[in-house]
Design a protein around this ligand. Structure first.
Ligand SMILES: Cc1cc2nc3c(=O)[nH]c(=O)nc-3n(C[C@H](O)[C@H](O)[C@H](O)COP(=O)(O)O)c2cc1C
Length: 206
């Protein structure tokens, strides 16, 4: 089949949006921000990726919370303090990550809700997830409003420079990150996830 995803309703029998399933697995940026009073906020975003290694640039896309366009807490915080951490979600943290996607009232920390601990960062004000085995410290340089079809909610693309990287030293073997030990979780469509358990290497052609 073929269809234009901007039009509604979706053609039968597609009961759910296939885009999330077709562009996957997606890495999960576990984004911690703070508000102007310093209260931390934590939420997962799978429309998250690295866009450049040099310079080191990452981005993620928070949707509006509702059709009226009110921002999610993460974006509201970034407009006050344009810094965040992106912690890496390993398999043992998957359930806690999911808990932090709960819509808690503004100003209530998802760290406590999920039994996690905020660890102070080195170069940015928001903390990172102490339990995570790796995390990025990021400084926002642009927030772009994405075009929305009429009546649809506005999403934003947050772009940031990575200014610090934390790595659990036990993950480093022969100068490389041991991806099997990190066991990073990726997002597929619907409620499906994948964990890195099977790796193959393929050197580039000359
Ligand atoms: C694995 C996962 C990935 C998610 N990815 C996104 C995303 O890319 N964009 C988004 O707007 N919401 C995403 N969400 C939903 C947000 O985490 C959720 O709306 C959360 O309550 C936002 O928190 P905040 O209001 O504290 O910013 C995702 C949820 C999960 C569980």
């Amino acid at each position: 089949m073929f269809y234009d995803p901007r039009t509604a309703p979706r053609p039968e029998p597609l009961r759910h949006n296939p885009l999330n399933a077709l562009i996957g697995p997606r890495p999960i940026g576990w984004i911690a921000t703070i508000d102007a009073h310093g209260t931390p906020n934590l939420a997962p975003f799978s429309y998250f990726n690295a866009f450049s290694a040099d310079p080191p640039i990452v981005g993620f896309a928070p949707n509006a919370r509702d059709p009226r366009g009110s921002p999610k807490d993460t974006l509201a915080n970034l407009r006050q303090i344009p810094e965040f951490t992106a912690s890496v979600v390993s398999m043992e943290l998957a359930a806690a990550m999911n808990l932090t996607s709960a819509e808690l009232p503004y100003g209530v920390s998802e760290f406590e809700h999920a039994g996690l601990h905020p660890q102070p960062s080195v170069s940015v004000r928001p903390p990172r997830v102490r339990e995570a085995r790796a995390a990025l410290e990021c400084e926002v340089f642009d927030i772009i409003a994405l075009p929305a079809a009429s009546g649809q909610r506005v999403s934003h693309l947050v772009l940031a420079t990575v200014i610090g990287i934390h790595i659990d030293d036990t993950l480093i073997r022969d100068g490389r990150i041991d991806a099997l030990a990190l066991a990073q979780v990726g997002r597929l469509g619907y409620f499906d996830y994948v964990a890195v358990r099977d790796i193959f290497a393929m050197p580039r052609p000359d």
